[in-house]
Write a protein of this length. Structure first.
Length: 176
């Protein structure tokens, strides 16, 4: 177990969503972060530059190589809490809220720098996971959905996609 600095909660390794085993129906797999850990990453992203909520979600997704992106239901309440703690200030940017780090937020990050850096290393940096199997599977899924929905429904195109996927599955299963 990793001990955290300055009052943060301990994080247990790879607890599965809803307590189920990986791959069982209705599971989402291992959680990448608990809410306490995610706040450090969000706060660091805001410290890097002022951001809108959607930009935070998108940035985390890019850093994780598409393997993880927090939901708005996780990010927006977390950001509201950071504002309440005095770590983040909000200003209007048109009709959107722009979140900026406060001196208190910077002090909190500095006091927890080792842990913040460990989280950043865990998530990775943009483009780092180009050969990662999970990233490649996400990319494959995205292109299958995009091509399957492109234009008018086309039975020939859908049959071709199915054939390619069946062949890829068979090729992978045949590996020793």
């Amino acid at each position: 177990m990793l001990s955290l600095l300055h009052g943060a909660r301990p994080v247990r390794a790879a607890a599965h969503a809803q307590g189920d085993t990986p791959g069982s129906p209705g599971t989402r797999g291992p959680k990448m972060f608990d809410a306490g850990t995610l706040r450090y990453l969000v706060l660091q992203l805001i410290a890097d530059k002022p951001r809108h909520g959607y930009d935070i979600i998108k940035s985390i997704g890019q850093r994780a190589g598409g393997a993880y992106a927090p939901s708005p239901g996780a990010i927006y309440p977390l950001m509201h809490g950071l504002v309440g703690q005095g770590y983040v200030a909000v200003s209007l940017d048109g009709t959107k809220k722009l979140h900026s780090i406060t001196p208190e937020g910077l002090a909190f990050l500095d006091a927890n720098r080792a842990y913040v850096d460990a989280i950043a290393a865990r998530v990775g940096t943009p483009g780092e996971a180009s050969d990662d199997l999970r990233q490649l599977m996400h990319e494959l899924k995205a292109v299958v959905i995009a091509r399957g929905r492109a234009g008018e429904p086309d039975a020939v195109r859908l049959d071709a996609i199915r054939a390619i996927l069946r062949q890829a599955r068979a090729d992978i299963e045949a590996l020793a």
